[in-house]
Design a protein around this ligand. Structure first.
Ligand code: BES
Ligand code: ZN
Ligand code: ZN
Length: 472
């Protein structure tokens, strides 16, 4: 995608205007302006004028209770306009937004470009689901640098969506490592991809146990963006669940249809990879490390089974009661590995529990943790800003009691209540630093397009983490 700051408008090009734009009569003749005024009175936020294949789109702001709701309104307007342009197979659009609030303009462009994502790799007919938009020119108060930043975020979200949309037949744990190395080279962060031998010498028992039923070896990737004089003395560590496919293992997924989306069980990994790419591409002055434990979860010949007791990376003994609770097994090793960095804060993202999905659906992220409220507040604020909203669940000690084991230190299954929280409490056992856990089981993957969140992998978490680091 090209996004260019430019004053030049080609007469044949479709154009987006704000109704508050002072020069509006430059673009519309008198009857059109009258028509427009009437529509605006009707409280329409978008008026579309079709001049035989050339469109004039006029946006109006509808006041919302909170400003982040207005930004979301603009992202959705971007999505609506993208859809009209794409139906007509138009490649170019000009935006005339001089003097318009830059947050509104940024949100609009973000919605426009994020809507243009499509996953066409496996279509023989390359025109199927094709996205035509290629060039955006814009006259506004945003600098070319601002526009480049939006473009890099778009690229990172698209990369994250691609990773989620790739099936296991392509994206094994090792291939995920290759994708990480490619991105590291292009965006100039460092990446180390550890293979099975190294994972064995690190004694990552959780990751190795989940991998036992698989034909393909696990990987453990360490990604790092370290500017010369970062604002943070101690690094931020982000950890992403990288289960490249989750069958449930020997405790095979019991409910009809529940396995059908499980190529998306590395949505957390995709989020942290996309986030560090965006941070590096835009050269944020923050030190960030991303950890990605990866494997598929299968019922193979050597697969781990319920009642196995696994010694984890930090020496904790875990009683396995359900092999489908595999995410916490691999994340636990990554969280204990993170201790060596003495991090300022660790955030993990994981498609961890059906319980989180059931609780709030695809509309938000379930969060919990023991980090100071200044971190939680900042992250919540970022969640609202980018509209990847957080809902905090309780993280009381009592829930920790529910994962104590009779025969080992802890068990990988809680009781019948609070499934998302007991999973979080299990993970907290492996931490000794300020910690926030984000369960993205709901929003990571959606069955049908919702405005600029295209169907399939959504890339949720990338914009959230980017905004959080940017505002540090
Ligand atoms: N990957 C699943 C969670 C999931 C469910 C993600 C739905 C996205 C949509 C996870 O590994 C899992 O199977 N969790 C179990 C845990 C249970 C066995 C304690 C669950 O939530 O049912
Ligand atoms: Zn599972
Ligand atoms: Zn899983």
């Amino acid at each position: 995608m090209k996004i260019l700051a430019s004053k030049n408008l080609n007469k044949k090009q479709s154009i987006v205007l704000w109704n508050t734009n002072k020069n509006i009569s430059k673009y519309l003749d008198a009857p059109l302006e009258k028509f427009l005024k009437k529509k605006i009175k009707e409280k329409k936020t978008l008026v579309t004028i079709d001049q035989q294949g050339r469109f004039i789109f006029i946006l109006a702001n509808k006041k919302q209770k909170e400003v982040h709701l207005e930004w979301e309104q603009y992202r959705k307007l971007g999505a609506q306009i993208f859809s009209t342009l794409n139906t007509e197979q138009l490649k170019n659009i000009h935006i005339e937004a001089k003097g318009i609030n830059i947050d509104q303009v940024s949100a609009f462009i973000e919605g426009l470009v994020l809507s243009s994502y499509s996953f066409t790799k496996y279509h023989t007919d390359k025109d199927k689901n094709k996205s035509y938009l290629e060039n955006i020119s814009i006259n506004s108060d945003l600098s070319q640098e601002n526009l480049n930043e939006i473009n890099e975020i778009y690229k990172a979200v698209s990369f994250s969506r691609d990773l989620v949309n790739e099936p296991l037949s392509y994206l094994t744990a090792e291939q995920l490592g290759e994708e990480i190395k490619k991105a590291a080279k292009e965006f100039k962060f460092t990446a180390q991809v550890l293979g099975k031998k190294q994972i064995e010498s690190l004694k990552m028992g959780g990751l190795l146990a989940v991998n036992k039923g698989s034909f393909d070896p696990p990987t453990f990737s360490i990604l790092e963006w370290k500017p010369k004089n970062p604002k943070n003395k101690k690094p931020f560590v982000i950890v992403g669940k990288g289960v490249v496919f989750d069958t449930g293992g020997v405790s095979l997924k019991p409910t009809a249809g529940s396995m059908d989306l499980m190529k998306s069980d590395m949505g957390g990994a995709a989020a942290v990879i996309g986030a560090i790419q965006a941070v590096a591409a835009n050269k944020l002055n923050v030190h960030v490390i991303a950890l990605v434990p990866a494997t598929d979860n299968r019922p193979g010949n050597k697969a781990y089974v319920p009642q196995d007791i696994i010694t984890m990376h930090d020496g904790t003994k875990v009683e396995v009661l359900n092999t489908d609770a595999e995410g916490r097994m691999i994340l636990a090793d990554a969280l204990s590995y993170a201790k060596q960095y003495k991090p300022e804060l660790v955030i993990d993202l994981a498609t961890l529990t059906g319980a989180a999905h059931a609780a709030i659906g695809e509309y938000g992220i379930v969060s919990m943790g023991n980090a100071a409220s200044k971190y939680k507040n900042k992250l919540n604020l970022s969640g609202n800003t980018v509209f990847e909203r957080l809902v905090e669940f309780p993280f009381w000690e009592e829930y920790g009691e529910l994962v104590k084991s009779d025969i080992a230190d802890i068990k990988n299954l809680g009781g019948p209540v609070g499934g998302a929280i007991t999973a979080g409490k299990f993970l907290e056992h492996f931490t000794d630093y300020p910690y926030i856990h984000l369960d993205i089981a709901g929003p990571a993957y959606i069955g049908k397009t919702d405005a600029y969140r295209t169907k399939g992998g959504t890339g949720v978490g990338v914009r959230l983490l980017y905004d959080f680091f940017k505002n540090y």
